[in-house]
Write a protein that binds this ligand. Structure first.
Ligand SMILES: Nc1ncnc2c1ncn2[C@@H]1O[C@H](COP(=O)(O)OP(=O)(O)OP(=O)(O)O)[C@@H](O)[C@H]1O
Length: 296
């Protein structure tokens, strides 16, 4: 199966079909379909609480979706984070999750462990197989630090890095698992404009290495500049999906961000029902009539 993007055909790397996530009575994500093709950068936008991170958590095995299916390169992903990483899907988090007392290099090495095959026994006796694997991991981790521009800080404690560099280090740690798909949750949150620009360049460079990317971001200028395709979630449902130009110009997206109701908006029926019920209870027997004859 292929997904068509702007007239070209891309092989899907990620396919999410009908993904729904319920927390008790709350439907945080409702029947969302999304594909990411090889070589693509896809953006996921939506107002606060729209369900973006919940959807990411469903893709990466942190949550088991209430309904739906997530596949990577044609195989259904097991709902366990370490197995998802092993399959080739890596992620970063909205709130930085580095090991603050470890060095920059050690943080990247932690991300490498899904790709090392040496077992506990081999590690304990530090046999030749373990030493070879350790040297290869070290070399790969240094390559990645070179790539993100932090090789000169390999021995620094990660907690001493400026915020923008901590975010870059998180990306390097995710890349250490050799993913085919990288999910970035608000990679530029808290960054200044120069750091945001550098993050954009870094993401393009990652894509150029053949890694598909799905990114959540609130910075619209960043997302519309970066992405080949953008999907907008509102109240857990995918409202619009298309090229940055199409999504940017879509009045429903603008309305969703401004909180303006519009016809057919996800949740609009529920809102109307609640408003009608409130009007009913406020007026006792079905509402009063204004002098102009309009219901209040
Ligand atoms: N573990 C949970 N238990 C219960 N409700 C949750 C849980 N996680 C998220 N929610 C709810 O699901 C909805 C979607 O939240 P989510 O964090 O996915 O939105 P978001 O689009 O990522 O928001 P933001 O842009 O603010 O990060 C919200 O109403 C949130 O309160």
């Amino acid at each position: 199966m292929t997904s068509t993007i702007g007239g070209t055909s891309a092989v899907p790397v990620l396919e999410a079909t009908g993904v729904t996530m319920k927390f008790g009575g709350l439907v945080a994500v409702r029947s969302v379909d999304l594909t990411v093709g090889a070589g693509e950068i896809v953006g996921l936008i939506g107002p606060n609480g729209a369900g973006k991170t919940t959807f990411f958590n469903c893709l990466t095995g942190l949550y088991v979706p209430s309904e739906g299916r997530v596949s990577y390169r044609g195989g259904v992903l097991p709902p366990k984070p370490h197995l998802v990483t092993q399959a080739g899907v890596a992620r970063t988090f909205q709130n930085i999750r580095l090991f603050s007392n470890m060095t920059v290099l050690e943080n990247v090495l932690v991300g490498r462990h899904t790709r090392t095959k040496e077992g506990l026994w081999s590690a304990l006796v530090r046999g030749p197989g373990f030493k070879r694997a350790e040297a290869a991991s070290h070399e790969r981790a240094m390559e990645l630090l070179e790539f993100i521009g932090l090789a000169h800080k390999a021995d620094h404690l990660s907690r001493n890095l400026p915020y923008g560099e901590q975010r870059k280090l998180e990306i390097a740690r995710a890349l250490a698992s050799d993913p085919g798909l990288l999910l970035l949750d608000e990679p530029t949150a808290g960054m200044n404009p120069q750091e945001t620009r550098a993050a954009e360049e870094l993401i393009f460079a990652i894509r150029d290495q053949g890694i598909a990317i799905l990114v959540i971001e609130h910075d619209m200028r960043f997302i519309f500049n970066l992405c080949d395709r953008v999907a907008c979630l509102v109240q857990g449902e995918k409202l619009v999906e298309g090229t940055p130009e199409a999504v940017q110009g879509d009045e429903r997206v603008v309305a969703a961000y401004l909180g303006t109701p519009f016809e057919g908006a996800p949740g609009a029926e529920e809102v109307a029902e609640v408003e009608a019920a409130e009007a009913h209870s406020a007026t006792g027997t079905g509402g009063t009539t204004s002098p102009e004859g309009e219901a209040q």
